[in-house]
Every structure is written in structure tokens, then in C-alpha cells.
Design a binder for this molecule. Structure first.
Ligand code: BG6
Length: 479
């Protein structure tokens, strides 16, 4: 008997906007990602008004999965994946977001993808919205500032739930819904909610209004989904970067406790169906006037999630008497008083490598919510080199994944956590979200494309491909 359940969902994770390409094919409309230029580590991506001829938008072509999906899914099958987490690009189904009828060509595209996955016994796990709001909803309606966008999202959710109800069981509503708590970096509110801040606005007050609308959208989608097919299993999706106290100084402990509310606010509502006391108190103290509609309490109560999907890449540390600029701390989770952890190494992109933090996270989330957990993103973004014989020996990536899988198995086997599955991020190389680069590679399959968009797009299996195949075959016994 293995330590993990025989139905453990080993898989891979992707997002439509980062790998599909075909941004103007099949009747697709523009999304918030289609106006984001390429950046790099230390250089932010620009969000342009429209598509400008002299700028490069890496998500437009992604890795051209749109035209190569058969080849890619065959590789996923060969790797032995039991599930694939990806998203449905909202703009393939409702190009502008406010249409009354969906785009049949877009729906057909996902029928093809899902059928192809099922052909290889790969279970589709679908994210409704992975930073893919129609640009029109962001520009003309102000994104989730506007309650009308809730209705448009629910229409989209209902359409895809109905269309794929007999083929797809696992769903999640919004990707990393809580990363927009960091309002210091415009990319998060923009990609999650289609929102930009005006200079005279209080970012926090805007954030909580947007959050409320999005929480309502998420809850309504859950209720609709369960109505359409009661066998659906619908979760939320959060980013979890645990915030450690710097020391046992009680002030550091309290600092971390308060800072962690940034991580927990969204899941607290999505799991419990009501607002936590700390948030209500903060609204009252700051005089925030968050607009609720009659019936919102009921909506939140009836639309709670059934499992928690989360991404885990790194941890961070806060010190109560440290004040550093937020810009310096973007990689540490965007906290103004975060400091480096002296016990932990970082990747080339400054992301702290902390496998024990994953076991800790699994415990914290399970103990707080008592719901099944699903690790739907984890991985090591780094450059890759071809060896002379044409292979890629990505031992560092294997080491990263191995240590994180070990930590997850410990959480199951020693701590009694209920874990549904593990899907490494970017199972095939894709465009990076935060930097728009190709060279920050997570894949177990290499794609020949560089930061400027040059390359043949040829796929090559890395050593990690064979390693992960064996991990899946042995249900995590051979790491
Ligand atoms: C998560 C996102 O934030 O992290 C993904 O859900 C993203 O979309 C991943 O790609 C890794 O981040 P990056 O910036 O290294 O691509």
C-alpha cells in the first residue's frame, strides 16, 4: 500500500492565457493579458491602453497550444498525468464579456481539448478565471468594481458548466483570488479583477469593494454549478505564501498573525460563507463603505467551496520593527516589513525555496478549514541548458519538486491532512505571469521559444519528464 490514496490526482497545471496563444483565433476577444508587454526580473510588465505595434505581447502566441494541442496532450499522456489543470479563456466564450450568446467556436475548442484529454484518461480540472477577464469588461465597466460584471461572470460560468457537465467534475472559480491583496503592484488587481487605481483613491477601500463583488461572483458560480450537476466538486484557488514571524518576540508573532490576514481574508469568506471579524472591524475603523446588496449574506452562505486549491512557491518573513520599501519586497510577497529568511536559499528570481513551508501550509490550511486540499501549483522557474547530446538535465528542478512532494507526503502520512492531488505548475514551458519571460521555465517539457518570441516551438522532454513519470507510476513511493 502506498502512503497516498490510489486515486491521488497527479497532474500538471497551466493557464489558457500563458500557453494557448491564438489570441485572435476562433473568434476570441482581447483579455486583460493581451495588453501586457514582456518584462523581466526587476522590470515590470507594462499594461498598455491598446495593442501597440512596436511592443511585444508574449501571451498573444503563448506556446501555440491552440494549434498544437494534440501533440502536447499526447506528451502529457506519455508522462502519465492523471489530471490536467487548465483554465477556460473567458474571451473565447464571451469575446467582450457582455454578449448574451456564447461563441460556439470557443466552446467547440474546449470540447476538443477535453475530449483529447479524456482519450488519454487525463481528468480535466478547470479554472473558470485565471487572470483572463475580457478587456472590454475591464475598460468599459471597471472590472469587478462594477456589480454588472458579476452577472457576466455568472453567465459565463453557467454556460461552461452546462456545456461540459458530463465531461468535467473538478472546477475552481478564480485563480489566486487573494494575490490582489497586494495593491502595491498594479499587475495583481488588473489581472484578477480588471481594475486600475486612480491616484486619489484609497487602494484598500477599492480592493475590498472589488473583493466583495468577486466573492459574490464566486459564491453564485458555486451554487449554479451544484444546481447544474450535483456531482461537480467546486473549489476556490488561493496563493499561499506563508508569513513567518522573524523571531519569538511576541511583537513579531503578532505582526505575522495580522499580516497573514492578507492570505486568509478571501478563503475565510469562501469557506465559511461570512466575513471574518477582523475584516468587519477594519472596515468600521477605517470608515470603509463597502456596498452590499440585499441577499448577499445568503449568497455567500449558499456558495461555499468544497475544497481548497492553492499555489505554493515560497514563504516570507515579517519583522515588527522593520520598514523597507514595498518595491524591494515584491518577491517576498509584497509586504512592507518583510525580511530575508537566513535559513533559506532563493531562486535566481529571488523566490525563497522552502519545502518545509509546504508541509506547514498544508497543516495550517487543513487545521483552519478542515476541507480537502489540492496543490494546484508548485514548481521551480529557472533557465535550462541543452547538453551536447540534445538532452536537458534539469536536476535542480527535480530536486525542488522531490523535496516539495516529500513534504506533502509527510503532511498526509504523519499529520493526517486530506490532500487530493499535486499538479506542478507549467508542466510544459509557458510564458511567465509576473515577468512575461519564456526563460523562467517551469516545464518538464522544453519549448523552443525565447523572451523575444523567437524559436521553432519544438517540444523536448527534460530529464524531469522521465523522473515525474516514475513518481506517478509508483504513486510517490519512488522519488
Ligand atoms: C501564480 C500564477 O502566481 O504563479 C501563475 O497562478 C504563474 O499564473 C505562477 O505563472 C508562477 O509565476 P511566474 O511569474 O513565475 O510565472
Amino acid at each position: 500500500m502506498t502512503k497516498l490514496d490510489k486515486n491521488f490526482l497527479w497532474g500538471g497545471a497551466l493557464a489558457a492565457n500563458q500557453f494557448e496563444g491564438g489570441y485572435d483565433q476562433g473568434g476570441k476577444g482581447l483579455s486583460v493579458h493581451d495588453v501586457m508587454t514582456a518584462g523581466e526580473h526587476g522590470k515590470a510588465r507594462e499594461i498598455t491602453e491598446t495593442i501597440e505595434d512596436d511592443k511585444f505581447y508574449p501571451n498573444h502566441d503563448g506556446i501555440d497550444f491552440y494549434n498544437r494541442y494534440k501533440e502536447d496532450i499526447a506528451l502529457f499522456g506519455e508522462m502519465g498525468l492523471k489530471c490536467l489543470r487548465t483554465s477556460i479563456a473567458w474571451t473565447r466564450i464571451f469575446p467582450n464579456g457582455d454578449e448574451t450568446e456564447p461563441n460556439e467556436e470557443g466552446l467547440q475548442f474546449y470540447d476538443n481539448i477535453i475530449d483529447e484529454l479524456l482519450k488519454y484518461n487525463i481528468e480535466p480540472v478547470l479554472t473558470l478565471s485565471h487572470f483572463e477577464m475580457p478587456l472590454h469588461l475591464a475598460r468599459e465597466y471597471g472590472g469587478f468594481r462594477n456589480r454588472k460584471v458579476v452577472d457576466y461572470f455568472v453567465r459565463f460560468a453557467e454556460t461552461v458548466f452546462n456545456r461540459y457537465k458530463d465531461k468535467v467534475k473538478y472546477w475552481m472559480t478564480f485563480n489566486e483570488i487573494n494575490n490582489q491583496m497586494d495593491t502595491s503592484n498594479p499587475i495583481f488587481l488588473w489581472t484578477n479583477s480588471g481594475v486600475t487605481l486612480a491616484e486619489d483613491e484609497d487602494p484598500e477601500e477599492v480592493l475590498y469593494q472589488v473583493a466583495h463583488n468577486e466573492l459574490i461572483a464566486s459564491a453564485l458560480a458555486v451554487s449554479k454549478g451544484k444546481e447544474i450537476n450535483s456531482d461537480f466538486i467546486i473549489g476556490n484557488m488561493i496563493s499561499h505564501v506563508p508569513i513567518y514571524p522573524y523571531s519569538c518576540n511576541p511583537n513579531d508573532i503578532m505582526e505575522a498573525e495580522i499580516a497573514n490576514r492578507l492570505r486568509f481574508f478571501f478563503p475565510d469568506v469562501q469557506v465559511r460563507g461570512y466575513y471574518p471579524g477582523y475584516a468587519l472591524k477594519m472596515f468600521e475603523k477605517n470608515g470603509y463603505d463597502i456596498k452590499w446588496q440585499e441577499g448577499d449574506d445568503e449568497i455567500l452562505k449558499n456558495g461555499t467551496v468544497e475544497y481548497i486549491a492553492f499555489s505554493y512557491y515560497m514563504s516570507t518573513v515579517v519583522k515588527h520593527d522593520e520598514v523597507t520599501s514595498v518595491e524591494d519586497n515584491v518577491v517576498n510577497g509584497g509586504l512592507p516589513n518583510s525580511v530575508k529568511n537566513p535559513y533559506i536559499k532563493e531562486s535566481q528570481w529571488g523566490w525563497a525555496i522552502d519545502p518545509v513551508g509546504l508541509r506547514y501550509t498544508l497543516n495550517v490550511l487543513y487545521n483552519r478549514y478542515q476541507l480537502p486540499l489540492f496543490i494546484v501549483e508548485n514548481g521551480f522557474g529557472t533557465t535550462d541548458e541543452f547538453k551536447e547530446d540534445g538532452t536537458i538535465d534539469d536536476q535542480e528542478r527535480i530536486d525542488y519538486l522531490r523535496e516539495h512532494i516529500k513534504a506533502s507526503i509527510q503532511a498526509v502520512d504523519e499529520d493526517g491532512v486530506d490532500l487530493m492531488g499535486y499538479t506542478p505548475w507549467g508542466i510544459i514551458d509557458i510564458v511567465s505571469f509576473t515577468t512575461g519571460e519564456m526563460k523562467k521555465r517551469y516545464g518538464l517539457i522544453h519549448v523552443d521559444r525565447d523572451n523575444e518570441g523567437n524559436g521553432t516551438l519544438k517540444r523536448t522532454k527534460k530529464n524531469s519528464f522521465y523522473w515525474f513519470n516514475n513518481v506517478i507510476k509508483t504513486n510517490g513511493e519512488e522519488l
